[in-house]
Design a protein around this ligand. Structure first.
Ligand code: TGC
Ligand code: FAD
Length: 392
């Protein structure tokens, strides 16, 4: 009988350790029991299922590859990847929440924070008691963060922040925002600041009317003479390398997450094709539909192998940013193509919220753009292979 459930054509399971499979199955059960029953309604209403924030923390999903001494699970990067895969099989918005919390908030505090900052924030972020967001993109500077205009001016009390960030996941609900700002004129002056909810001069209005990632909060961050105490600067990094190092972590998670989304839409299409009868036969029996399914599962399998090898390189400390770019770029585009093909197999039902396909497809339009657009990752690979930067 066809394995519609687990989407493991190349027997990837044989490559995972027992512990990695246990973590994957834990995340898989959580998604099936807690996320899938509520996600379509959340998506339709444009709300994040906030009741799931703490349970995900209790399962160790946030900052899972950071050390236990800060309240994290200390898992390897394969386990981290498998968690994001399963979360995004539920919805890209759920994976986004976990990616931002883990890779864009906990990681910079862990990698660049003072011991005091680590003790204050990491355990509370790991349980989900506190929520974080990451502010790099600005209204006028997305792909090119080096031209950011948000400024931090040194005062006798600490720092005064002025500027705005745009399209920030979790901004409105975040207890702490990791905000990147220039302290001088050039990119080497970029520093990271921990801006706490309730700080005078700081607001984070939600961006509404989205057609994508509707089960995810997206916000603007506004800083008007916002006073930040000296102890809230991240002491361990200066320059664009700081935020870009965080993006390496998050893009890695997305390379796995996109596979989860593709698994969901492929499974929906395969099951539908076996049960939908036209011209007296299941549509799965027509060669044109089989070609689509064959290509979908082939591309998913290639993406799985790419992500797995990337994880092994990351665990060995040998992965490069350009390798991560290749996996993010390939796997997200793959998932979007799979979603579009799945949509055609479902015919009119493909646009219905009775099936997960169009929700995933719409979400992936954001995933293709955030964490570096598909084009930017093309240019990062281009620069790697030619030695010539074509950004400017
Ligand atoms: P460039 O001159 O190449 O580099 C400046 C400095 O940064 C270093 N660097 C990196 N370091 C670590 N990791 C990387 N991936 C790095 N890439 C570059 C570089 O070595 C240099 O260091 P130093 O010490 O020599 O100064 O920088 P550039 O200005 O030419 O820009 C390069 C470019 C275009 C690739 C970069 O700006 C880029 O990646 N742009 C895309 C922006 C982006 O991805 N934004 C994402 C925002 S966050 C988000 O979308 C969250 S979505 C959350 C969710 O999941 O919901
Ligand atoms: P632009 O940079 O204006 O790009 C527009 C188009 O021009 C794209 O097709 C791009 O590929 C192309 N382009 C740009 N430069 C070049 C070039 N040199 N060569 C060729 N083509 C080029 N950001 C955060 O900081 N934190 C977050 O939490 C966050 N969450 C997000 C959540 C959502 C739902 C979305 C949609 C975005 C989020 N972002 C976040 C912002 C995201 O990272 C940016 O949208 C992304 O980096 C692209 O920037 P932009 O939208 O300004 O597009």
């Amino acid at each position: 009988m066809v394995n519609t459930k687990h989407v493991d054509y190349m027997n990837l399971d044989s490559l995972f350790s027992t512990e990695e499979l246990q973590v994957r199955d834990l995340a898989r059960s959580f998604v099936e029991e807690r996320i899938l029953p509520v996600i379509e309604d959340c998506y339709e209403q444009g709300v994040y299922p906030s009741e799931l924030i703490r349970p995900m923390g209790e399962l160790g999903f946030y900052g899972c590859n950071l050390p236990e001494e800060y309240g994290c699970a200390g898992m390897n990067n394969i386990a981290y990847g498998l968690i994001t895969q399963e979360l995004e099989r539920g919805d890209s918005g759920i994976r986004s929440f976990a990616s931002v919390q883990s890779s864009l908030v906990m990681y910079p505090i862990f990698a660049f924070g003072s011991e005091e900052q680590k003790r204050k924030w990491l355990p509370a972020l790991a349980t989900g008691e506190k929520i974080g967001c990451f502010g790099l993109t600005e209204p006028d500077f997305g792909s090119n963060p080096s031209d950011m205009v948000t400024r931090a001016e040194h005062t006798k009390f600490g720092w005064k922040l002025n500027g705005a960030k745009m399209w920030i996941t979790n901004g409105t609900v975040a207890d702490v925002a990791v905000v990147w700002a220039k302290t001088g004129e050039d990119t080497r002056s970029i520093r990271g600041f921990l801006v706490e909810k309730g700080t005078k001069g700081y607001s984070a209005p939600e961006i509404k009317k989205k057609h994508s990632l509707r089960a995810s909060i997206t916000s603007e961050l506004i800083f008007e003479d916002c006073e930040i105490p000296e102890e809230n600067i991240l002491p361990g990094v200066e320059g664009l390398r700081g935020p870009l190092s965080c993006l390496n972590q998050a893009r890695y998670g997305i390379a796995w997450g996109a596979i989860g989304s593709a698994m969901a839409t492929y499974t929906a299409a395969l099951e539908y094709s076996l049960s939908r009868i036209q011209f007296g036969k299941p549509i799965a029996s027509f060669q044109l539909q089989q070609k689509k399914l064959a290509e979908m599962i082939t591309e998913i399998s290639k993406a799985q192998l790419l992500a797995f090898h990337l994880g092994k390189l990351k665990d060995a400390g040998k992965v490069t940013p350009a390798q991560i770019s290749m996996a993010k770029r390939n796997n997200v585009a793959m998932a979007l193509n799979v979603a579009r093909e799945a949509r055609t197999i479902l015919g009119a039902n493909g646009i219905s919220a009775e099936y997960p396909v169009m929700r995933h497809m719409n979400n992936l339009e954001s995933v293709l753009t955030y964490e570096g657009t598909h084009d930017i990752h093309t240019l990062i690979i281009g620069a790697e292979v030619t030695g010539i930067q074509a950004f400017k």
